[in-house]
Design a protein around this ligand. Sequence first.
Ligand code: ARG
Length: 467
Amino acid sequence: MKMWSGRFRQPLDPAFEQWQRSFEFDCRLLECELEAISAHARAMEKAGVLSVDELRLVLRGLELIGEKAADSPEFLNDPEAEDIHHFVEKQLVALIGDAGYKLHSGRSRNEQIATDLRLYLRAGCDEISEELSALISAVLDRSEQVGQAAMPAYTHLQRAEPVLVAHWLLGYVEMFFRDLDRIGDCRKRANVCPLGSGAVTGSTIPLDRELMARELGFSAPSTNSIDATSDRDFVIEFVNALSLLALHLSRWAEEMLLFSTQEYGFVHLPESYSTGSSAMPQKMNGDLLELVRGKAGRIIGDATALLVTTKGLPLAYNKDLQETQEPLFHAAEAMLSSLPLVSGWTKAVEFDLERMQKAAETGYMNAFAAATYLTRKGVPFRIAHEQVGKAVRLALEKPCELQDLSLADLRAIDSHFDAEFFNFVKLENVLAIHDVPGGTAPVRVREAIAAARSKIAPACEDAHAHA
Ligand code: ARG
């Protein structure tokens, strides 16, 4: 039986009937739906609408539905179910009779879907946070393993200054920490309970909304029934947080791909996460990285779809909101499936530290340090910049590196150059003089790794506490 057929004289156009269903995708909300219904049923009993026996019957029925779904995926093949709410009602009535119908008194699918989505999203926040914390740990492990090795830091994709490989990796750790924060933040705002909001104006049964919220682990009941049934800002916020994470992962993937080319040769792709070419026998392609980069496009698309779908909607519920489900599911599931693979890749990848280190020693990346040397001798930076520029020009013409110029050549450019210069522009010293918090001096990088380690431990515990 349909949930709403009484006032209709004509049957639905069969194509329309199929087309407007959401069960094909909202069936993944089954667990959330069962949880939410049991909280609602308890409140119904407390309000005197269900007897104690009926409540027991309902709870047993819900349990059976959960078991049946776990036992066989075919159980969810139901071409008649309009959506997850209709499906559960049908199954419940088949199992326990009319008490199943009674449940819908004082309730609407509008509040149910809003509740289910919050439960789904909250679980998504927790699972993704846990996987992201694991990725951060993996990157931190690698940052420790690479020790004091250096590499070029690039700006404009041109060699800029040498940097510790660990410092480069820690850059991503910071991005991922902010992503973790954003997801946690979004979880807080999403964690309120719409049950009791009815279709739009609130339930006509005096349901204990605090009780329902508590039962479901929400921090409080939502405050306005119109808002609770019609806004999806929590979905938008979550998918936008995922878009930023996807964007960070995409930049990571792009950089790793670039560094894995023969031209760079900094990264050896792990065979276990790469594929070959059906045509060119020699090839090994970084498909994992390319798919991570590609998925970012779709996740950002999900965020855009959500914004555009909801932007012109009058209050309160409109069926357009059904279209907000799939972008949420896609974004959450794409992210959740990607993260463990990115962690696996991170553990397996080999860095060619020798080649990175070599690259860090050439290309005049000590020119900024050379200018610093002159400023320490009292030369104003603008002049020092100019003088070192001239030295670079001379070295380019020879060709050689700055430290290969003779002291006489250097002094002809600026009399402040003297013999200490050659030590000052050695790689080790160039790294060491970037000695500020957040800088690449080895001592600062060690501190940064320790600080990140101490941040990740509580983040992991948080994720467990929410599970
Ligand atoms: N499947 C619907 C959705 O996802 C559930 C809510 C239906 N409400 C309604 N008034 N038709 O939005």
